[in-house]
Ligand binder design. Structure first.
Ligand code: NAI
Ligand code: MG
Length: 336
């Protein structure tokens, strides 16, 4: 039986890098009896479909993503928030996995960076309870539950136990601000550390502001970092700045039995349509998709091939080369 992967290219370079990632998935599935076959179901979302139909995220796309084994998404333009937030909801994603890794051969601010952020994806200040109480006063309610913190912590422990974290560090670090937000981050911190302790996973902690100073000074101290929603959003972007470009960063929104995999970058309107976008972030997102489906070895093969091309193969303009999207993709496939 084939596994169903919903493919949402979206707008701009999403239409260039997602097909490249699908080519890589196909190459792996063709080459290995243990992987696939995959059935791709194309679905629309973003600015173009909004212009056509009046809806940035058609119900059919939402339903397909909700029922698929996994969804590969490119990027949406101005409608990004209207597309991504409901899509994350469709796949019941409780954690956003964001690796930031500097690869040999790529000019990075901090070449020793190799961290994976596990960001709580449903609550914190993004749970949406904002109010305007008067002409002078607005408030925001921050939501933290034991259940969401536990689910994230269990995922973090499994992630670490499966050896999916960077090799240079055991266990994980919890970043929080429980010295000030004693109730909410206090609950988050305590719950996460308790789960780690019960499972025998090494866990240490950092105040998130101190972490923001220490990470760029010496990223080698950190491996897997577990964060509340907003902190994870900001800190993972900080780490992205250390590794040499948006075209390299994949992400996964993981739910209990579903997932949405997407490059961190947007539609890159300045280069869209020219066939020169860097396919790496989308291809590494496909590697995360493979791992999510249980194809750990295949995901590793994709990552190794990408690393090899980044080290000494053809590269796109954002990395200082002159290769097209197709040339870089072909080089990666050739080294699988
Ligand atoms: P962007 O990520 O699209 O582009 C920022 C810069 O990085 C541009 O110079 C672009 O050329 C470059 N870049 C990004 N990805 C690249 C790749 N794969 N290869 C080579 N160069 C790459 O972010 P920007 O400009 O802030 O947003 C553009 C549009 O994308 C906006 O409409 C925004 O709403 C949307 N967006 C969508 C996201 C999503 O769907 N997840 C995320 C971020 C932005
Ligand atoms: Mg962000």
């Amino acid at each position: 039986m084939s596994e169903e992967i919903v493919v949402i290219e979206g707008d701009g370079i999403g239409r260039e890098v997602v097909p490249a990632a699908v080519e890589v998935l196909d190459a792996i599935a063709d080459d290995s009896d243990a992987v696939g076959p995959f059935e791709y179901v194309e679905a629309d979302a973003g600015d173009a479909v909004l212009a056509e139909t009046g809806e940035a995220l058609p119900r059919a796309t939402y339903d397909l993503a909700a029922n698929a084994d996994a969804t590969l998404f490119g990027a949406a333009g101005e409608t990004a928030a209207d597309v991504i937030l409901p899509l994350r909801d469709a796949v019941d994603s409780f954690v956003n996995v964001r690796p930031a890794r500097a690869y040999p051969g790529v000019d990075a601010l901090r070449p020793e960076t190799d961290v994976v952020f596990l960001r709580e994806n449903t609550e914190g200040v993004y749970a949406g309870h904002e109010d305007r109480l008067s002409a002078d006063l607005s408030t925001l309610t921050r939501v933290v539950t034991d259940s969401a913190s536990q689910q994230l912590a269990e995922f973090a422990c499994e992630f670490v136990e499966a050896g999916r974290g960077p090799d240079h560090r055991d266990g994980f670090t919890v970043a929080h601000k429980a010295n000030v937000m004693r109730e909410t981050d206090g609950r988050f911190r305590e719950t996460v550390l308790e789960v780690a302790d019960e499972r025998g996973v090494a866990a240490d902690e950092e105040l998130m502001d101190a972490f923001a100073t220490k990470l760029p000074l010496d990223p080698s101290q950190y491996g897997v970092v577990v964060c509340p929603n907003l902190a994870g959003d900001v800190l993972s972007d900080l780490a992205a700045g250390l590794v040499g470009g948006l075209g390299l960063l994949p992400s996964a929104n993981v739910g209990t039995d579903n997932g949405l995999f997407e490059p961190v970058h947007g539609t890159a309107p300045d280069i869209a349509g020219e066939g020169i976008a860097n396919p790496t972030a989308a291809i590494l997102s496909a590697a995360m998709l493979l791992e999510h489906l249980g194809y750990t070895a295949a995901g590793g093969r994709v990552r190794t091939a990408v690393e090899s091309v980044l080290a000494d193969g053809p590269r796109t303009g954002d990395l200082g080369g002159s290769a097209t999207t197709a040339e870089m993709t072909d080089a990666i496939i050739a080294r699988l």
